[in-house]
Design a protein around this ligand. Sequence first.
Ligand code: SF4
Length: 346
Amino acid sequence: MTPRMTDEEALALLGSRDLLDVGRRAHEVRLRLVPGDLATFIVDRNINYTNVCVSGCAFCAFHCGPGSAEAYVLSRHDIFAKIQETLDLGGTAVMLQGGLHPDLDIAYFEALFRGIKERFDITIHSLSPPEIVYISNLSHLSVRETLERLHEAGLDSLPGGGAEILVDRVREQVAPGKANTGAWLEVMREAHRLGIPGTATMMFGSVETLEERVAHMRAIRDLQDETGGFRAFIPWTFQPGHTRLEGVIEQATGVDYLTMLAVSRLYLDNIANIQASWVTQGLKIGQVALRFGANDLGSTMIEENVVAATGLRVQANRDDLVHAIRTAGFTPAQRRTDYSLVQVFG
Ligand code: SF4
């Protein structure tokens, strides 16, 4: 059995800049954990049900305050129309995510999820640990009760959004108004215990050190040892455009991204899938990422609003992802949220 990568080794690799060597090693591990030449993607849709948020994270260009002229909450009718459009495009899942809205409590989400499940055969991969913490506080419920009720109403899977870097020194600087490290991990622990699997993410390239990136991966790896509930890890780079950190932070480069991706593949030996973030990196780096530890290109983008608010606007349909994967030397396959296959494009 291959010995587990230590924190010191991960740190040395992150600082080494030996890009091709770390990429080659990551690809070997990828082939061991996900054998064969399939590279997958999902057809789903992000629906940002509201942009109202009381958190005010420094890195976020998407949110606005409750009284703002730009504030919106999508109607049930609009959400259902977007889901129907997703199904018409061959989609299998919906990712509802929004800000921390002071009027949207557990009853709103229960009714919404029940309404979706009554009308559509679709996976609800939605919300994130900070939203769960906020809804539970607003509704005077424990995190466990909140998750139980949402699961009962139709929540199938919990995205790992809002993780940023799971180190409180960093969170206090970039996201002081939302769930801290312990709370984020506790939501995921409870979700996994209740049979709600999910993903883990990392937004890097803001104010964190390399040591803090390793600490983030260690927190995820330790929890995965305990619960086994993470289906995938998705690192992406902070996009400074139109945020309070624009001009303060030097944006991460393609080399930073590929190195971080490859080291995460090597370090997180207990998580099967690593997703490339073509939304922040573009499809060309997304193709290269498939040789740096990633086995999945994530989602087609029917609609994307959060990264787009930073000025980076991307869209790709199923044909675009099939073409990108095929020309990168892999066999494309559409998957579901649980990574079972819908269709292989041989
Ligand atoms: S990142 Fe999320 S929690 Fe933070 S301000 Fe934006 S919408 Fe709110």
